[in-house]
Design a protein around this ligand. Structure first.
Ligand code: NAP
Length: 301
């Protein structure tokens, strides 16, 4: 079993920044990432609110963070942490490859896309339904698509798709977007139409997606719309399984509760980034990652 002082789980902006801080100290630290480093940041089309860059693609920002972190810490990609047990003052981690022990762990496990829950959603994922415009926009070049949701992600998807698709429409369940003002202004400037107060109840097709049913809550009327693609951006769910099993305290929405030092209710267990809920921004994740690593280091040295 390999022994470490600090193991960081997740290599999004929180985990990578925690890695930079832990790796620069005189401790043995490691990052374990079940997918590829960068996390959800990789699929942000254009980031305009990360200090130091007027605009930068999420993928480029991730690459820079990965390169910087790699100078100080080993990042094991495609290594999924299956279980964490607290044993004799240490943590034993079982991954898809081997066992590790650590004096402290930092959970940076982030979130995953929430499903819409409409009839047919599961049948057409990859056949017209996508949760990621940066990944799939080109599949819908010169096609007609809708974006479902009213947050920052929906706005980003719509703006990105508008450069590629022949027609983009946002469908939102309320009469106002919850996205930031800048995003709302850009949607207006781009002339992207919004179908308000409406929900998509059904997604239909044959081998590929062909149409959706839209229910207008004000008019109490259902209509059918022919579309080639549906981009779903209705929020995220916390990846809290490991935390839950370990006994880390979560809030009512399933996010990890931390104090200002990113400490959880369990000694030597810290959390940072989107998994802690609150303001989900790359710069916040990075900041929390730094704090978590400093706290972990100070408490074990
Ligand atoms: P979000 O802010 O939670 O927004 C989700 C949207 O989907 C809301 O408009 C919500 O409607 C709608 N929705 C939820 N469930 C629905 C359902 N079953 N059917 C129809 N609509 C539904 O999620 P997000 O846009 O993915 O953003 C997640 C976090 O990342 C946020 O904190 C956001 O600020 C952040 N983020 C930031 C940036 C940036 O700063 N550039 C970019 C992307 C994401 P209601 O409004 O009615 O609740």
């Amino acid at each position: 079993m390999e022994e470490y002082d600090v193991i960081i789980i997740g290599a999004g902006p929180a985990g990578l920044t925690a890695g930079i801080y832990a790796g620069r100290e005189d401790i043995k630290a490691l990052i374990l990432e079940k997918g590829t480093a960068g996390g959800m940041q990789n699929v942000a089309p254009l980031v305009g609110n990360y200090p130091g860059f007027k605009t930068i693609t999420g993928a480029n920002l991730s690459q820079r963070m990965i390169e910087q972190a790699s100078n100080y810490i080993q990042i094991n990609e495609l290594e999924d942490v299956k279980e964490i047990k607290a044993e004799a003052g240490k943590f034993i981690l079982k991954t898809s490859k081997q066992y590790y022990s650590a004096q402290a762990i930092i959970l940076c496990t982030g979130t995953t896309y929430r499903k819409l829950g409409a009839k047919g959603e599961d049948d057409f994922v990859g056949k017209g339904i996508s949760y990621c415009s940066i990944c799939d926009a080109l599949l819908f070049k010169d096609r007609k698509v809708v974006v479902i949701g009213g947050g920052d992600s929906a706005v980003e998807h719509a703006l990105h798709l508008n450069d590629v698709c022949s027609e983009v429409t946002i469908i939102h369940r309320r009469d106002e977007l919850r996205a930031k003002k800048d995003g709302k202004d850009r949607i207006k400037e781009a002339g992207i139409p919004i179908i308000w107060n409406s929900v998509v109840t059904e997604i239909n097709g044959d081998v590929v997606l062909r149409s959706i049913k839209i229910y207008d809550k004000i008019k109490d009327k259902e209509t059918e719309m022919e579309v080639d693609g549906v981009f779903i951006a209705v929020g995220e769910e916390p990846n809290n399984q490991l935390a839950k099993e370990l006994g880390v305290k979560l809030d009512t929405n399933g996010y990890i509760i931390t104090d200002k030092e990113q400490k959880t209710n369990m000694d030597h267990v810290y959390a940072a980034g989107d998994i802690t809920g609150g303001v989900k921004q790359m710069v916040v994740a990075a900041g929390e990652g730094a704090i978590a690593a400093i706290s972990a280091y100070n408490n074990i040295k």
